[in-house]
Design a protein around this ligand. Sequence first.
Ligand code: SF4
Ligand code: SF4
Length: 166
Amino acid sequence: MSDYLIEEKFDPQSRFDNMDDVEPEFWKHKKLEEMNKREWELLCDGCGKCCLNKLEIRKQIKFTNACCRFLDTNTCLCKIYEHRFKKVSDCRDITLDAIREQPQWLPKTCTYWLLDNGYELPSWHPLITKRASSVHEAGMSLKNRPVISESEVDDYENYIVDWQDL
Ligand code: SF4
Ligand code: SF4
């Protein structure tokens, strides 16, 4: 039960308040493999959609609206970000290999996949707006969606969703 009580204080806006340490619009002229850790982390839009549970049915990945028990559904951020791989065995690291070899496990809007496939950042991305909340205001995150915690789910097949941005 103590696993459910871990919570790290983190202000989502703090990622975008001071970006003097990164090149302006680095995402336009750097490939993903050329980015440093700070740039890589900045790419994440904070949508939380990769933290939805998925099912593989007849070789097709189906998203559910059941999220990882460690997702804060208000901020759409992981409550245990620094410890996530220790605490959750199937938490997927967003690596180049993961993006290229198993893109079906990511939502269509995932910034990493978009950039790796030649698309531009969407206008609502926090790197464009400089506001962490713009992903929520654009309705592109899990905030205000009918999401439930996996801890309340017994049969994931009852929770399959077909949202357009997944
Ligand atoms: S889907 Fe991609 S952009 Fe959205 S939270 Fe996950 S890693 Fe970040
Ligand atoms: S542990 Fe992994 S899947 Fe769970 S909320 Fe954190 S990042 Fe998402």
